[in-house]
Ligand binder design. Structure first.
Ligand code: NAI
Length: 284
């Protein structure tokens, strides 16, 4: 069964992208945030992205108008009452997420599936905040959502096959590729990516090479489209540190220890592109 009416919670970087791809794929989308300002900003981001697609002749002006008509905004979580699927993309904080899921459990219809876009928090723990853990699942979109084809679909301990199948089909309806993974720290994407980024930071820390040289080696030698330090600046160094800590805590293995240089940059407020400085300098 494909979900047709959906709510996306959190109108930030990820939530706005998720709302856009659902609306472009003919779903009725309610975009929710606690702040009106965030909703306005999210809608502006979506409009700009659609304008770029019109300019590149990937979609028509009419497609853009129709997509925007399928989107509405609300600050009331209770508007999720008639949704078949809710995707949460609020800040990466377990207390905030469990509070949202606890409330959604009371508000939404019995058949509704509750998904989280978390990049590192355990789906099983988020699901335990509800009375329907078999209908809770991870739907991990990649950034930027309208561009990246992957959705990592994470099965919590109690996620049912029926829920998995529904999300698998929904992901395909978005013209994206679902990949099934189980609920372990970092899932697959960040468990493989983040230690590589962390190791790249160690090579700079130990004076093996400059950030430019590390990125050049990985781009020209390994065919990566973007060097690991450029990518770290794009993701945000605070997010990279947070995910390394999740891996380190979750596995208790010293191979996941965050590099001291990463900690130092985060303490200095050098968080990458978003603050104008990380391993590189950016115009703000
Ligand atoms: P963001 O900071 O851009 O947006 C978060 C939004 O959530 C803000 O607009 C905020 O006002 C809103 N919010 C906070 N508490 C709320 C609540 N209780 N109810 C409704 N809205 C609330 O964050 P971003 O980057 O979009 O990340 C969101 C989630 O997506 C996080 O779990 C993050 O780990 C995950 N993620 C992020 C990726 C990235 O590259 N930024 C990639 C994949 C997943």
């Amino acid at each position: 069964m494909q979900s047709k009416k959906i709510m996306v919670i959190g109108a930030g970087q990820m939530g706005s992208g998720i709302a856009q791809v659902f609306a472009q794929s003919h779903f009725q989308v309610k975009l929710n945030d606690i702040s009106e300002e965030a909703l306005t900003k999210g809608l502006n981001t979506i409009e700009k992205s659609l304008n770029r697609s019109v300019k590149k002749e990937r979609i028509s002006q009419q497609d853009k108008t129709d997509t925007l008509e399928r989107l509405s905004t609300t600050t009331k979580l209770s508007d999720a009452f008639d949704c078949d699927l809710v995707i949460e993309a609020v800040v990466e904080n377990m207390d905030v997420k469990t509070k949202v899921f606890g409330e959604l459990d009371k508000i939404t219809a019995d058949h509704a599936i509750l998904a989280s876009n978390t990049s590192s928090l355990p789906i099983t723990e988020i699901a335990a905040a509800t009375h329907r853990p078999e209908q809770v699942i991870g739907m991990h979109f990649m950034n930027p959502v309208p561009v990246m084809p992957l959705v990592e679909v994470i099965r919590g301990l109690a996620t049912s096959d029926e829920t998995y199948q529904a999300i698998d089909q929904t992901t395909k309806a978005l013209h994206k590729t679902p990949v099934e993974v189980n609920d372990y720290p970092g899932f697959v994407s960040n468990r493989v990516l983040m230690p590589m980024i962390n190791e790249a930071i160690y090579t700079v820390y130990e004076g093996v090479a400059t950030p430019e040289s590390v990125d050049e080696v990985m781009k020209l030698g390994m065919n990566h489209p973007m060097g690991p330090l450029t990518l770290a600046d794009f993701i945000g160094l605070d997010t990279c540190l947070y995910i390394m800590e999740v891996l380190y805590d979750g596995f208790g293995d010293s191979k996941y220890r965050p590099c001291p240089l990463l900690r130092k940059y985060v303490k200095a407020g050098w968080l990458g592109r978003k603050t104008g400085r990380g391993f590189y300098l950016y115009d703000r």
